[in-house]
Design a protein. Structure first.
Length: 153
């Protein structure tokens, strides 16, 4: 559990499950996001960090509910049922903000690294307990470097 507990705050881009559903029509979503003015970097970071803080709190609360010594099965169940959907929601909420003008490549790199981590964990939930298996290392580093400190912590 120590490994999972250490990963909980490191998991990034947090919005949780609430309010992070997908659009039924991707074309409609593209049109609406391109019509909205881009956020400033300061606003993007403020909103992104708020998303991450909320998601991290949800993950932490659920992890604490596992107790002090959960078994591998419980940890993997937590990973599949709580962690992956939460982090995917975080990804989607950050993506929905739209990147600040001029920072599109940086934000895209953060989101791509995060999605790679989500996909790796989806393919092998046991990565959460492996010493060298943190699938979010790159995404956390990129997010922290950009200023999404709640996301990359």
């Amino acid at each position: 559990m120590k490994r999972a507990a250490l990963l909980v705050p490191a998991l990034l881009l947090a919005a949780g499950l609430t309010g992070c559903g997908g659009d039924d029509d991707p074309k409609e979503s593209e049109e609406s996001s391109s019509a909205a003015p881009a956020l400033s970097q300061a606003d993007f970071l403020e909103q992104g960090n708020a998303i991450c803080a909320a998601g991290n709190e949800e993950i932490s609360t659920a992890a604490n509910a596992l107790g002090e010594a959960p078994g591998q099965e419980e940890i993997e169940g937590f990973t599949v049922d709580v962690l992956i959907p939460n982090v995917q929601g975080q990804h989607d909420a950050i993506d929905a903000l739209g990147a600040p003008e001029g920072d599109e490549d940086t934000v895209d790199a953060i989101l791509a690294a995060l999605q790679d981590g989500i996909d790796a964990l989806t393919d092998d939930p046991s990565l959460i307990t492996q010493q060298d298996g943190d699938p979010f290392v790159e995404a956390n580093e990129l997010a922290s470097d950009y200023g999404l400190t709640e996301c990359g912590s």
